[in-house]
Design a protein around this ligand. Structure first.
Ligand code: DLL
Length: 434
């Protein structure tokens, strides 16, 4: 395992030189190994030799989530399958997943990034770390797991769910570090209160991410669990958790800039914005082998700053995310696009294509309700009333299996949902996050 901790405090000129040479390699790898990139770059009239370094990055075309969808499943891979050692996936804009691959070196670098994040929030080999992110295609569980092991912490692969067992592990194993989504941390915190076990816990550090959360939520989580809570960011396309994370100074999330080059661009014009201006966050993967992501538009909105942090790290810092410019919802840490719900509904003959997705937060847990109109034909059937419940269950099961998220389905009479003359309003998000 190579763990380049010095990189984190490298003078910025030195970092820039490293980024320049890595960018040249990344662009050449993409152009030579991924036909979709070659076509994009050819269309933009730019050849790998034209990119001398970061100063020329604006000449390169952007990559979008739809590019990954179009290349489903492996079309964006830049390494042969013999070199791929891991595959993860996350929700795409349609029913198809966004698939990501890793070579052994990619997994090592991801691990290193996670290890850095965990180190910068104060976790060490003396800690007992419970990873309560989901293990599976979602990157949270395994990302946290490898990071924990890398720093030498005793790492517990608790995964999600079964709150009672989670609390038992926290208490019996004297867990000191907790990794999970902030909403799950709130839920655990509430359960700790209810059971009156707060004084039995040894928790001191929490590393929470995968969904937006506010500073008000941080205060609540810290109170309930008796720990210091830190924000961690990442996305599967770029590697997973650990693309950036707060340090103990908590003045922004340090981007692992020796591996991921960040830009902020204007949401409409896509022109780069100065530090401090909010816009879409774009990443170029500088070292990734299995997948070359050049100027990948995350659609996440935040700011960047590049002054030196009180902690001494020189890596740029992202502000907390304030939203997204696409319609992706994050419900209990699961990415959900309204179009995925729509495609499930379109496959059900008894319902009309009129629906409303209502997202709420009840007892600190996100809830998803889908209101959908029945067709006239179904509604006028003599057994309609008796069949509604079964239909609601069938749709809920279908949504659970396609989107991996629980939904309550509510059947509405034909013509009952408000119609819009312009863009249909499909989503009502009642959560107050910012
Ligand atoms: O959520 C990876 C991850 C796992 C990050 C565990 C942190 C901790 P995806 O499922 O691909 O990957 O979702 C990525 O989630 O584009 C953001 O919109 C959102 N997101 C991730 N971290 C944060 C955060 C993982 N700290 C998408 N704050 C991203 C706000 C976040 N939103």
């Amino acid at each position: 395992m190579y763990w380049n901790q010095e990189a984190e405090t490298m003078p910025r000129e030195q970092l820039r030189a490293l980024q320049d040479s890595r960018l040249r390699e990344a662009v050449a790898r993409a152009y030579n190994n991924v036909p979709a990139y070659r076509a994009k770059m050819d269309a933009a009239g730019v050849k790998p030799g034209d990119v001398r370094g970061v100063e020329d990055i604006e000449r390169l075309p952007f990559t979008e989530k739809t590019d990954l969808r179009d290349a489903y499943p492996f079309g964006m891979f830049a390494a042969p399958m013999e070199e791929i050692v891991r595959i993860h996936a996350s929700s795409g804009t349609t029913g198809k997943q966004t698939v990501v691959g890793y070579t052994r070196k990619d997994v090592d670098i991801w691990t290193e990034c996670m290890a850095r994040c965990m180190t910068q929030v104060g976790l060490t080999s003396g800690d007992i770390v419970q990873v309560s992110y989901g293990y599976g295609l979602f990157t949270g569980g395994l990302g946290g797991h490898y990071g924990g092991e890398c720093i030498g912490a005793a790492t517990i692969p608790a995964s999600t769910g079964n709150t009672k067992r989670q609390l038992q592990l926290l208490e019996d194993f004297s867990v000191t570090g907790l990794l999970c989504t902030p909403s799950y941390a709130m839920l655990l915190g509430d359960a700790v209160r209810e059971m009156g076990i707060a004084d039995k816990l040894k928790l001191r550090v929490g590393v929470f991410g995968a969904e937006p959360w506010t500073d008000a939520m941080r205060v609540e989580i810290e109170k309930r669990l008796g720990l210091q809570a830190y924000d961690i960011y990442g996305l599967s396309e770029i590697s997973g958790p650990g693309v950036s994370c707060e340090c103990q100074a908590r003045t922004g999330l340090h981007v692992q800039e020796d591996h991921f080059y960040p830009e902020i661009v204007h949401p409409d014009t896509k022109t780069p914005l100065a530090d401090g201006m909010p816009g879409e966050l774009v990443f170029t993967c500088l070292t990734k082998e299995a997948m070359s992501l050049i100027r990948y538009n995350t659609r996440d909105i935040c700011t960047l700053r590049r002054d030196v942090c009180p902690c001494g790290r020189t890596f740029a810092r992202m502000g907390k995310l304030t939203g997204r410019t696409d319609d992706m919802l994050i419900i209990r840490g699961v990415n959900v696009f309204p179009s995925q719900v729509e495609s499930v509904l379109l496959g059900v003959a008894e319902v009309a294509p009129h629906y409303l997705i209502v997202v709420d937060r009840v007892n600190n847990l996100d809830t998803l309700e889908v209101q959908v109109e029945m067709t006239e034909a179904f509604f006028s059937r003599s057994d309609a009333v008796r069949s509604i419940e079964a239909l609601e269950h069938r749709i809920a099961r279908e949504i659970q299996s396609t989107l991996s998220v629980a939904a309550k389905i509510r059947m509405i009479g034909p013509g009952q949902l408000p119609r819009s003359e312009g863009k249909a309003k499909r989503v009502q998000d009642n959560r107050k996050l910012v």
